[in-house]
Write a protein that binds this ligand. Structure first.
Ligand code: GLN
Length: 491
């Protein structure tokens, strides 16, 4: 196995056993980025010198016998909407120019303190609005399994980077599916934690009541490792859960699902769900049963009927307010202007891409007086109903299996002229955000060259349970491997 193929776990263990150095692992990943990212375009910024310097520091600390930290020497990638001190943070937008944050996001700081090596910042849909990473101002990222296809979004750069073997672990953010859907499209694992479990401090806000930071990796065990580092109470985020978190790594050491009641989503029109994904769901259910779980069918009629419509009111409404801060005065680029209003118009006109403008317009409209009750308030009521629906269903089952997305990775450009079609792909992921629940996307193998996936949804703060189920399913389906990119020549 080449060093770039190792999981975060294997890196940590190999370093402790002195089988290789942090410098060697870091170099292997940087080489991989250098030779293949021209084709994948997962990274917007690569921090080569700083990464090598940090790797040397870690090796020095290990040689002195110091406590290495949970992620010591593990190369990581971070989505470009998480602030990194002194390193350009673009959010996939032009409007921020070369803005360098004066501080690290809490999740980034915790990664660094645990000894992780930050290799770079990853491409994303502008301000995390999208499902394909085609809405990046810096051009699209490509799917490492098939460069003609999208990697999903909005954390497409993080997912593609992990799938391509640029790093074993990455951070993304998930407002309506942006960790899980790209993980599904790129054949890796991704966790959207319970709202409040990971601090949002330093995450550039899209829709604050829905945003969550979380890990992407090729192994569920690495998601757990990442969570044990980043899931901490944070006084800098008022919505951060105050209680201590149970250890995620404990959930990795499991060998059965005895006593767990698992509901399989049913009772909906699945004609839009591709055949290989339907099959993966059936298989996942069978594997759970083989591991000792009790299966039943569950229905989520309100979530499926109203989730999409309410999300696409609430998220743009919050975004229209959050994005008001990009005015050409406080951050990044500004256009030449004759007066203040002209400055706003020109800066925002030139700085935001079409999808962001569409969201700002929708959101502002939904919040405007006269329409507030008809749109925003109604969407909030639908959200409450969805929360109640989950509460009731989780009285009967301990977890729910659903598809992550109805399709596998689609072709570049396929949905670009049809925003509604793009939005429809989020139907299974966004209910978890509306209800603040944890959800894990798990790779269910490769069908006709493209990754398939299922999603496991859990009750509030039962993230560890998802890890436990994920570990068992990963054993049954087989852990994802690095995409066969760069091997074409030798085949
Ligand atoms: N695709 C959804 C959207 O465009 C979700 C994005 C996200 O989770 N950041 O809003």
């Amino acid at each position: 196995m080449d060093l770039h193929e190792l999981s975060a776990w294997q890196v940590a263990q190999g370093l402790a056993a002195k089988r290789f150095s942090a410098l060697e692992v870091t170099r292997a990943c940087l080489d991989r980025i250098r030779s293949l990212d021209g084709r994948v375009k997962a990274c917007l910024t690569v921090l080569e010198d700083r990464a090598l310097e940090k790797a040397r520091e870690v090796d020095g600390a290990l040689a002195r016998g110091e406590d290495p930290g949970l992620l010591s020497g593990v190369p990581v990638l971070v989505k470009d909407n998480l602030c990194t001190v002194g390193t350009r943070t673009t959010c996939g937008s032009r409007i921020l120019g070369d803005w360098e944050p004066p501080y690290d996001a809490t999740a980034v700081r915790l990664l660094k303190e645990a000894g992780a090596i930050l290799l770079g910042k990853t491409n994303m849909d502008e301000f995390a609005m999208g499902s394909s990473t085609e809405h990046s101002a810096f051009g699209p990222t490509r799917n490492p399994w098939d460069p003609e296809r999208v990697p999903g979004g909005s954390s497409g750069g993080s997912a593609a980077g992990v799938a391509a073997g640029f790093a074993p672990l990455a951070l993304g953010s998930d407002t309506g599916g942006s960790i899980r859907q790209p993980a599904a499209f790129c054949g890796i694992q991704g966790l959207k934690p319970t709202y409040g479990l990971v601090s949002r401090y330093g995450l550039v806000a899209y829709a604050s009541s829905l945003d969550q930071v979380g890990p992407l990796a090729r192994e569920v065990g690495d998601l757990a490792l990442g969570m044990d580092v980043i899931a901490r109470p944070d006084p800098l985020d008022a919505t951060s859960c105050r209680e201590e978190r149970p250890r995620f790594l404990d959930a990795v050491h499991t060998d059965n699902l005895k006593g767990l009641r698992i509901g399989v989503l049913g009772g909906f029109d699945d004609s839009a769900v591709e055949e290989p994904i339907r099959k993966a769901l059936v298989l996942a259910a069978r594997y759970c049963q083989d591991a000792g779980a009790l299966l039943s069918e569950v229905r989520l009629p309100l979530s499926l009927e109203y989730g999409l419509a309410s999300y696409y009111i609430l998220a743009p409404a919050e975004a229209s307010s959050n994005l008001a801060r990009f005015d050409g005065v406080r951050y990044g680029s500004a256009e030449e202007a004759s007066c203040l209003e002209d400055l706003y118009l020109r800066t925002r006109g030139a700085g935001f891409g079409p999808e962001v403008k569409r969201r700002i317009l929708t959101g502002t409209y939904a919040l405007s007086s006269g329409y507030y009750d008809a749109f925003y308030l109604k969407a909030q009521k639908a959200r409450r109903a969805i929360v109640r629906e989950f509460r009731q269903v989780f009285g009967q089952v301990d977890a729910i299996l659903t598809p992550t997305a109805p399709t596998r990775a689609f072709r570049q450009g396929e949905h670009l002229d049809d925003p509604i079609r793009m939005y429809l792909g989020d139907a299974f992921t966004l209910p978890a955000n509306l209800a603040g629940l944890p959800a894990l996307s798990l790779c269910a193998g490769i069908a006709e060259g493209l990754p398939t996936a299922v999603q496991i949804l859990g009750p509030w703060r039962k993230d560890q349970r998802l890890v436990r189920i994920g570990v068992m399913l990963e054993r049954a389906f087989g852990a994802p491997s690095v995409a066969p990119l760069g091997k074409e020549e030798s085949r």
